[in-house]
Design a binder for this molecule. Structure first.
Ligand code: AMP
Ligand code: MG
Length: 312
C-alpha cells in the first residue's frame, strides 16, 4: 500500500505514525489533510539505514548526522539537517532543512525495509489531540477507513526528541523521549541546550501550536493538600487525579490513578472518553524529574499551550 501511494498508521517505539512514501505528493497531502495539520508544520522522515538518511542530507551536515546516528539510532532521536534535493517542499514545509529518524520498533523497521523510499510519518492523531500510543487511539481519531498496523502499546509513549546541531551547539528543538542528560553524556564534544525564543528561526514549527491537549482542563498541583482543596472547591465537577505510583500509594484518600511518561496520553484520552472536566496532576518529585513529561503537562495545562504568542 505504501509503495502504491497509500497512507498507513504504523507503530513506533515513541508514538504511532501516519506513514506515507516521501516520493508520493498526493499521499503526503492526504496525511496533512487527514491530520488537519497546518501545511507550515513539516513531517519527520523515517529511515531504516544511515545511508538512506545521508541521501536526504546536504553534504555539509552529513558528518554530524553520521555521528548522532552512530550513538542514538535506531532510537527516539530526530535529527534536523540541511536537506538534499531528494526531499520535497511538501515534506519539509518549505524549510531548507529536513527532520530524520530511524525508529527502534521492529515492526516499523520491517516496514521501512520493505518500502521503496523513506516514509514521512507524523504522529497518527488529529492535530491538537494527544498523540496515539495504542492502535485504538488511531482508530478513535480516524475511524476504520485507515489501515492501522497494531504493534501494541508504545514503549516510550512520548514523541521523539528533535535536535539541530549548529557548530558545537546541540539545540533541543523539541523535548522528547531521549533526555537532555542522555545527549550530554553521549556527546561530550557538544554543548547541549534547549532552544529558546532567540533560536526562533530553528525551532520546531510544531512547537508553535497548542499541542498534546485533552478536552478536559489540566491543572498541575504540587502537594496532596492542594489537590484536596481543589476537589473540595468544585465538588460537582467531574475530575480525575493523576500522579506517580509512589504518590498513588502514599495518598490513598485521593483515589488517584497512576501515570508515567508512557501512559500520559492514554490517561488523557481515557479522561476525555469519560467526559472528565478536569484532570488534576499531582506533580511529585518522581514526575517532576522527567523533563519531557513535564513539558507535555505544561503544554496541556492552562498555563501552557494557550499562552502568549502560541498559535492554537
Ligand atoms: P510529529 O511528526 O507530529 O511528531 O511532529 C514533528 C515535529 O518535528 C514537529 O514539531 C515539527 O515542527 C518538527 N520538525 C519537522 N521537520 C522539522 C525541521 N525541518 N526543522 C525543525 N523542526 C522540524
Ligand atoms: Mg504530532
Amino acid at each position: 500500500m505504501l509503495n502504491d501511494g497509500g497512507v498507513v498508521a504504523i507503530p513506533t517505539e515513541t508514538v504511532y505514525g501516519l506513514a506515507c512514501s516521501i516520493d508520493r505528493p498526493e499521499a503526503i497531502r492526504r496525511v496533512f489533510k487527514l491530520k488537519r495539520r497546518p501545511s507550515d508544520n513539516p513531517l519527520i522522515v523515517h529511515v531504516h539505514a544511515v545511508d538512506q538518511a545521508l541521501e536526504l542530507t546536504a553534504s555539509r551536515d552529513q558528518n554530524i548526522l553520521r555521528r548522532l546516528a552512530e550513538v542514538f539510532w535506531p532510537g527516539p532521536l530526530t535529527v534536523v539537517v540541511s536537506r538534499s534535493s531528494k526531499v520535497s517542499d511538501l515534506v519539509s514545509a518549505g524549510l531548507d532543512t529536513v527532520a530524520i529518524r530511524m525508529p527502534a520498533h521492529p515492526v516499523a523497521l520491517e516496514i521501512l525495509r520493505g518500502t521503496q523510499s523513506p516514509l514521512a510519518a507524523p504522529s497518527a492523531n488529529i492535530s491538537g489531540r494527544p498523540s496515539p500510543t495504542r492502535a485504538q487511539h488511531v482508530l478513535d481519531d480516524f475511524g476504520d477507513e485507515l489501515m492501522i498496523i497494531d504493534g501494541g502499546a508504545c514503549e516510550h509513549g512520548l514523541e521523539s526528541t528533535v535536535v539541530r546541531v549548529i557548530g558545537s551547539e546541540c539545540l533541543i528543538l523539541r523535548q522528547g523521549a531521549l533526555s537532555a542528560d542522555d545527549l550530554r553524556h553521549a556527546l561530550p564534544e557538544l554543548f547541549v541546550r534547549s532552544a529558546n525564543e532567540a533560536d526562533q528561526r530553528h525551532r520546531s514549527p510544531g512547537t508553535r501550536y497548542r499541542h498534546y491537549a485533552p478536552k478536559a482542563r489540566v491543572v498541575i498541583c504540587r502537594s496532596p493538600e492542594q489537590v484536596q482543596d481543589m476537589l473540595a472547591e468544585n465538588p460537582a465537577e467531574r475530575a480525575v487525579v493523576l500522579t506517580s505510583a509512589i504518590s498513588v500509594e502514599r495518598n490513598a484518600d485521593l483515589n488517584a490513578r497512576m501515570v508515567n511518561a508512557a501512559t500520559l496520553y492514554d490517561e488523557f484520552r481515557r479522561a476525555d472518553a469519560l467526559q472528565v472536566e478536569r484532570i488534576i496532576v499531582l506533580c511529585d518529585d518522581e514526575l517532576s524529574r522527567n523533563e519531557a513529561l513535564m513539558n507535555r503537562l505544561d503544554k496541556a495545562s492552562e498555563s501552557g499551550g494557550q499562552s502568549g504568542d502560541e498559535a492554537v
